[in-house]
Design a protein around this ligand. Structure first.
Ligand SMILES: [Fe+2]
Length: 135
């Protein structure tokens, strides 16, 4: 079962960024599927770690554009990114210590956060980025 589906409603109108969001959604779904299948902890940790690395790369890319073109909402956008990474770090740490069994509450958090962030925060930069020639 897919945890989250990419639809046009999630498009920020910039192909390269939409592609990264799709990849991120795939990774969250993969994580979700493996939780559902009760896969072993090592695999779950590997998936979380892969998702985190990709997310950091993606956030850095967005933030580089924001800095380069002096995006007015850079600071608050960056703060949202940092909060998310902090959550994922805490999740990864707990998994490594064997302290938690991943619950659907956690997978829900990941997918809901991403959806909200793309729809509310990322979409705000769409026109601004397009104006600066980002495709
Ligand atoms: Fe973002």
């Amino acid at each position: 079962m897919a945890a989250i589906l990419w639809t046009e409603a999630l498009s920020v109108k910039i192909r390269s960024i939409d592609d990264q969001h799709k990849k991120l959604i795939d990774m969250i779904n993969d994580f979700y599927d493996n939780i559902s299948k009760h896969s072993n902890n090592e695999l779950i940790i590997k998936l979380v770690n892969g998702m985190k690395s990709y997310t950091i790369m993606h956030f850095n890319q967005e933030e580089r554009y924001m800095v380069q073109y002096k995006y007015p909402y850079y600071e608050q956008h960056k703060k949202e990114h940092e909060q998310f990474i902090a959550k994922v770090n805490a999740l990864e740490e707990k998994l490594k210590q064997g302290k938690i069994i991943v619950s659907f509450e956690i997978t829900s958090f990941l997918k809901d956060w991403l959806k909200q962030h793309i729809m509310k925060t990322d979409k705000q930069y769409g026109d601004f980025f397009i104006k600066h020639g980002i495709v």
